[in-house]
Write a protein that binds this ligand. Structure first.
Ligand code: FMN
Length: 309
């Protein structure tokens, strides 16, 4: 399938596997890239050496394009910027801040930069800075979220910028993908569905919780601290709610989230871990390989697009 995004990134399917801290390692990312999508290694809060190992592993598993996700609020963000340039990573996807001060270095190293944004204003600013494409992420997504829905954000961003727009948040099958393209997107970014990819190394209990999730299973915590995060409801969520109700300080509330994604993804603590997932988790019902997931989405999308109205 050809779109502006497949041309820009030299990939076969217009799909990006969302970067997921502690989760999207070289194994998942290479499976996605080898299947024709864009695999993404998540930088999260990790140190340079650890991510360098993942990039080395990635290079040993695929010669297809891939991306490094850099969370600009990470204490190691500057190191990861250096690493991306040293390793000539083909694409950098940025989140949690503006890549402005690094842009010149990225661009002169030939790296394509694709920021994740929750608003039209940020999308425009990123394009002025030299972004090659924009990921417009709606509040349906798992992890850190903004306010606008994918349905409302994608067409407004598509109208506002001249570069390809990638829709993220709430897409897990061909219907969601078809909707994204009809809204003006040139590609999709999928996170939650890849959590149950066979190549995804999260704790089995995490996968189980995604597979059992319903439409109403997710909730957004941290709105009171200005760092909203979408997770599956569990003890951690109920404790968050109790703290917020009792007027706890933002510091106390923030402290609950520290290390909580690792607790869920690596240690399998489904009670006190932050089990990040999107609203579409209710639709995700079977484990499959990354290749099967990608092929299923686009085969289904083609059928949906042919449907007579
Ligand atoms: N986005 C980032 O830019 N960096 C991250 O480290 C990150 N971590 C995530 C962790 C989890 C468990 C999930 C579910 C999402 C995360 N995201 C992160 C967002 C995804 O990259 C992607 O945009 C999002 O999952 C798309 O929406 P969906 O969950 O509805 O598919």
């Amino acid at each position: 399938m050809k779109t502006q995004l497949t041309n820009l990134l030299s990939i076969e399917y217009p799909i990006i596997q969302g970067g997921m801290a502690w989760i999207s390692d070289a194994e998942l990312a290479s499976a996605v890239s080898n299947a024709g999508g864009l695999g993404v290694i998540a930088g999260g809060n990790a140190e340079k050496a650890l991510i360098k190992n993942q990039i080395d592993l990635m290079k040993s598993k695929t010669n297809k394009p891939y991306a490094l996700n850099i969370m600009l609020l990470s204490p190691h963000a500057e190191d990861l910027v250096d690493l991306a340039i040293e390793e000539r990573v083909p694409v950098v996807i940025t989140g949690a801040g503006s890549p402005g001060k690094h842009m010149e270095r990225f661009l002169s190293a030939g790296i394509k930069v694709i920021p994740v944004v929750p608003t039209v204003a940020l999308a425009k600013r990123m394009v002025q800075l030299g972004a090659s494409a924009i990921i417009a992420e709606g509040t349906e997504a798992g992890g850190h979220v903004g306010e606008l829905t994918t349905m409302t954000l994608v067409p407004q961003v598509a109208d506002a910028v001249s570069v390809p727009v990638i829709a993220a948040g709430g897409i897990a099958d061909g219907r969601g993908a078809a909707a994204a393209f009809l809204l003006g997107a040139e590609g999709i970014q999928v996170g939650t569905r890849f959590l149950v990819a066979k190549e995804c190394n999260i704790h089995p209990a995490y996968k189980e919780m995604i597979l059992k999730a319903k439409d109403t299973s997710t909730v957004v915590t941290g709105r009171s601290t200005g760092h909203p995060v979408r997770i599956l409801k569990n003890k951690l969520y109920r404790h968050y709610m109790a703290l917020e109700k009792n007027g706890a300080s933002p510091e106390e509330i923030e402290a609950l989230g520290a290390g909580a994604l690792r607790k869920a993804a690596v240690l399998g603590d489904m009670a006190w871990g932050s089990v990040m997932a999107g609203q579409i988790a209710g639709l995700v019902q079977t484990e499959a390989s990354a290749k099967e997931i990608i092929e299923d989405i686009f085969t289904h999308m083609t059928t949906v697009m042919r449907r007579k109205l």
